[in-house]
Structures are given as structure tokens and as C-alpha cells.
Design a protein. Structure first.
Length: 359
């Protein structure tokens, strides 16, 4: 079966496009109990952006600190239950932030109309009823969460997305001015998520002309941003990075990620490393799987004076390495794409443990 996916309904791109948000929301305000919920990264508390929020008296604004942990099912349930009890059913949810905030907004939009805990819906097509209108406004670019059909949540049992067609944003606002304040290290790691999405998407059996076209263009943009004569955090490169993130996300949606993301999930699940940083930790050691990609990644690190820790595995017990390898090997679709349909004859739990020992 070929992939047949829904896309984002509407996308606005451009410097200052954030100021169109009020106009965008206006025709949606009559739905349900006639108010909007703004979910905003805590970083913006007290900043100018909050003054520009098209907030009306009845709207709810929630600031969330995404640094202590990645989004959890409890967090979504609490958010939904409190707002339903105190304010009613919103007309829409707007997530303003990075992958974490956008995932919270996507998950909340679905859970406003689906009963019980969000834990019940972690997986593919488990959501029963379409969610409410939801808008994504990225403020850090790279993960592709703005265009993906999943909202990744950590629950008591599993870390897995609420994945279905209704997860996809109805509207995305891409305003490159919003990513200007991203600190240099996060700019690098998060942008590298896009770079790795492209390399992995394009190197595997599910690659095709459609995913390749997005991947090639996103790679070209990454090369300008991180290696070109004008490399660095400039306004022009912020424009490019926002587009690269979206295109890298579309590339992997129509193909698949590979070895690096499989290992990175293990690192995130067992050791709590953040997605983009975990990818960088893994990718540097995968020269035998992605020789040109890793060589180029190393050049990008050098150009931006990024130094990743070495010798990490020396402090990991065999149990920790086994646990991470067990998480990684379960991501069969990634191994299938990266290695081939006979991957089980070439990749065993021990192969993966050896990969982790390179860290
Ligand atoms: P994030 O949302 O976790 O934010 C990273 C950091 O950047 C935070 O400290 C945040 O406060 C800060 N930040 C955000 N915007 C800023 C700005 N403009 N200026 C200064 N600081 C800013 O970052 P992320 O890497 O985009 O997202 C990671 C999350 O995304 C993880 O929870 C991961 O599971 C999820 N994810 C989701 C998908 C998906 O398809 N849904 C894909 C990959 C990762
Ligand atoms: Zn990724």
C-alpha cells in the first residue's frame, strides 16, 4: 500500500505573519463555547510576543515550561479536564513553541472531544472523534512537528504518539522572526534533526521521487544554513530553516527515518535525552551506515564549534545498553527501511548493543 496522507489545511509563511493570527482565528471563534486556548512556551512569558497575541477576554492562555520533561499524558489530561470544567469546550487551540508545545496543542485538540485518558489513544488511528480546530506556530525549527501526523506523549506505559489524520494542524503560521532568539546550541541540534531526517529518508528502501524531492531541497537549505558562505543564525537562514524543517518532515512522512532515529529513541526512552540532541549523539557514530551524511555532519559541527561528548558508554551498565537496544530493535519499520526487508538477518540485539558501545 502506498502512503495516502492528509496535509496541513492552511499554511502562511513570512516575516511578521504572526500578526495575521487574529484575522485567521476570527471566523473560527463561533464554534463550541466561543473561546480560544493559547498554549505558549514559558520562554515567551513577559516577552513582546505575548503583547502581540490576538487574545480576547474569554480566551485562555497557558504558559508551559517544556524543559523539565517532554509532554506527558497526565499533562494533557489535566489541561483538558481543567479547561472543560472551568471554561467549557474551546473553539480552538493554538500552540506557540517548539515540538513539545506543538505536540501538546495537537494532543489537547484531540482530547477535548475524546473521553478518558490520552493514554488510551497512544498508537495509530485509536482516536475515535475528530478533535477541535488547532493551529501550530513554531518558534524553533527542525523536528518537523509542525507537519507531522503525530503528537508524541510519554505515558506511564509507553512513549508513543497520538497518531491519526486529525492530529495534523488545520493551520500553521511560519514566521521566521519567531526563531531568531533560539540559543546557538539548540539552533544547531534542532536543525540537525532536519538534516538527519533528510539523510535517513533518502537512504533506504522506502525512498521515492516524492520524498526525495522534499529531502533534496531541505538538504540544500541545510547546507546553506550550516555550511555555506553565509552560514549561521541570520535572518535569511532563519527563513530557510523554517522551510527546511517542514520539507524534511514531509520527506520522512512519505519515506521513513532510519538507524539514527532508532538509536535515538532508545537514548530518549531509557536515559531521557532530548530528541534532537540524542540524534546528534547517535549520528556521529554511524559513518558505516551514512558515510557522506556523517562526514558532512562533522564538517557542520566543526564550523559551528560544536563538541559532542565522547566515551559516554563507559559509564553505562550492560543492563542500560540492553534496555536501549530493546527499545531500538522494536522500531522495525525504521530498520526495514534503512537495512532492507531482510534486516533481521543482519541486525540483532547484539548488533545494536555494539552500536551503543560506540557512544
Ligand atoms: P522544544 O519544544 O522541546 O524546545 C526546546 C527548547 O527551546 C526549550 O527550552 C524551549 O523553551 C526553547 N525555545 C523554543 N523556542 C524558542 C525561542 N524562539 N527562543 C528561545 N528559546 C526557545 O524543542 P523541539 O526540539 O522543537 O521539540 C522536541 C519535542 O518534540 C520532543 O518532545 C519530541 O518528542 C517532540 N518531537 C515531535 C515530533 C513530531 O513529529 N510530533 C518529531 C520530533 C520530535
Ligand atoms: Zn527527528
Amino acid at each position: 500500500m502506498h502512503k495516502n496522507f492528509k496535509g496541513i489545511d492552511k499554511t502562511v509563511f513570512g516575516r511578521g505573519s504572526f500578526d495575521q493570527l487574529g484575522q485567521i482565528l476570527e471566523p473560527r471563534r463561533n464554534a463550541n463555547d466561543h473561546f480560544m486556548v493559547f498554549i505558549i512556551d514559558n520562554y515567551f512569558k513577559g516577552k513582546d510576543l505575548v503583547k502581540r497575541l490576538p487574545k480576547q477576554a474569554e480566551d485562555v492562555v497557558r504558559f508551559i515550561d517544556v524543559d523539565p520533561h517532554e509532554p506527558t499524558t497526565d499533562q494533557i489530561d489535566e489541561l483538558r479536564d481543567t479547561i472543560l470544567k472551568e471554561n467549557g469546550l474551546p473553539a480552538g487551540v493554538i500552540g506557540i513553541g517548539g515540538g513539545s508545545i506543538m505536540d501538546i496543542a495537537k494532543a489537547a485538540a484531540l482530547m477535548f472531544t475524546n473521553e478518558g485518558s490520552s493514554q488510551l489513544y497512544q498508537g495509530l488511528n485509536l482516536i475515535k472523534i475528530p478533535g477541535i480546530y488547532h493551529v501550530g506556530v513554531p518558534t524553533i525549527s527542525g523536528t518537523g512537528a509542525e507537519c507531522s501526523m503525530t503528537a508524541v506523549l510519554t505515558g506511564p506505559v509507553k512513549k508513543l504518539g497520538l497518531k491519526c489524520e486529525w492530529t495534523i494542524f488545520d493551520q500553521v503560521v511560519l514566521d521566521p522572526e519567531l526563531i531568531a532568539s533560539v540559543p546557538n546550541d539548540k539552533w544547531f541540534y534542532t536543525g540537525m534533526d532536519t538534516y538527519i531526517h533528510c539523510i535517513e529518508s533518502m537512504h533506504g528502501i522506502l525512498n521515492n521521487a516524492y520524498s526525495m524531492a522534499y529531502g533534496e531541497q531541505a538538504l540544500k537549505l541545510c547546507r546553506d544554513i550550516y555550511l555555506g558562505d553565509q552560514a549561521g543564525q541570520t535572518a535569511e537562514n532563519d527563513d530557510k530553516l523554517m522551510v527546511a524543517s517542514l520539507m524534511g518532515g514531509l520527506s520522512l512522512t512519505y519515506s521513513e527515518v532510519g538507524v539514527c532515529h532508532a538509536l535515538s529513541y532508545g537514548l530518549s526512552k531509557i536515559l531521557g535525552e532530548k530528541h534532537c540532541y540524542a540524534n546528534c549523539l547517535a549520528f556521529q557514530h554511524l559513518g558505516d551506515y551514512y558515510p557522506e551524511g556523517v562526514a558532512e555532519f562533522n564538517r557542520m559541527m566543526k564550523k559551528h564549534n560544536v563538541v559532542l561528548p565522547q566515551g559516554l558508554s563507559a559509564s553505562w551498565s550492560d543492563q542500560v545498553i540492553t534496555d536501549m537496544a530493546e527499545v531500538a530493535i522494536k522500531l522495525e519499520h525504521m530498520w526495514n527501511h534503512a537495512i532492507g526487508t531482510d534486516w533481521k538477518t543482519r541486525i540483532t540485539i547484539n548488533t545494536i548493543k555494539e552500536l551503543f558501545k560506540r557512544f
